[in-house]
Design a protein around this ligand. Structure first.
Ligand code: URA
Length: 235
């Protein structure tokens, strides 16, 4: 049993201070009865804040800078390492979207299904930035073609930004894409005749890779709210 304001803030709905205000304002119900400040409740209780039902399990949100050699799923039939092994968390968390086995970079892991739906739904426009090392130099014509958009599986993918970082023996290209089709970056370059030999996701919306590869941190409540705001902004 915990104080109600703690349970509400743990759910990620709002801060503890704001939860206290909402309780005082009579906007919180427990099992259909008006809640009082400091009352003890558990996740077994039916808690409603401003008409929204609070999830039983505490929600957790991690930002991982994925290293190479990990699969973005909960289990792998080939017994390869899975990314959830990198995070010290007992709750059943899962990755939001996917990065390939050898792709490095930012990925969110959570047990919040609602946020997962928001971030992976095609109607939510979250820009992701990748740094792709190619197997050769990139031709100027292909840079133009890339900027104009490339047709993949009968649908055009138009990057929001393309920047060639270096173009010596191998090109390194920074590319920002809104959509989330599987292997999209490799397919875009593949369509132009290039192989991606290294791929790193450096940005995910407003989140940047501020942690070393293989490390992770919890998302702040503010960041989680900002991610939820993608839903509002896309309405
Ligand atoms: N595009 C790819 O090709 N691979 C990834 O891992 C992510 C985006």
């Amino acid at each position: 049993m915990e104080r109600i304001q703690k349970i509400i803030s743990e759910s990620g709905y709002t801060s503890r201070r704001k939860a206290e205000e909402l309780i005082k304002q009579g906007k919180v119900y427990v099992n259909g009865e008006l809640a009082t400040l400091g009352m003890k409740v558990s996740y077994e209780d039916d808690i409603e804040v401003e008409g929204v039902s609070i999830q039983r399990e505490e929600k957790v949100y991690y930002l991982l800078n994925k290293p190479e050699g990990y699969i973005c799923s909960l289990k792998d039939e080939k017994n390869r390492p899975v990314i959830t092994e990198l995070i010290d968390e007992d709750k059943r968390i899962y990755p939001v979207g996917r990065l390939d086995y050898n792709t490095t970079g930012l990925i969110i892991l959570t047990n919040d299904g609602e946020l997962d739906n928001i971030l992976t739904h095609p109607s939510f426009h979250i820009e992701k930035t990748y740094i792709a090392k190619l197997d050769k130099k990139i031709l100027t014509d292909d840079i133009y073609a890339l900027k104009k958009g490339v047709v993949i599986d009968n649908r055009r993918c138009t990057p929001t930004r393309v920047k060639v970082k270096s173009n010596n023996k191998y090109a390194t290209v920074e590319i920002s894409i809104i959509e989330g089709r599987n292997h999209i970056v490799k397919k875009v370059f593949g369509a132009l005749g290039y192989k991606v030999i290294r791929l790193h996701r450096s940005k995910y919306g407003f989140l940047v890779d501020d942690i070393p590869e293989g490390n992770y941190r919890k998302l702040t409540l503010k960041e989680v709210h900002k991610l939820y705001a993608y839903k509002v902004n896309n309405k």
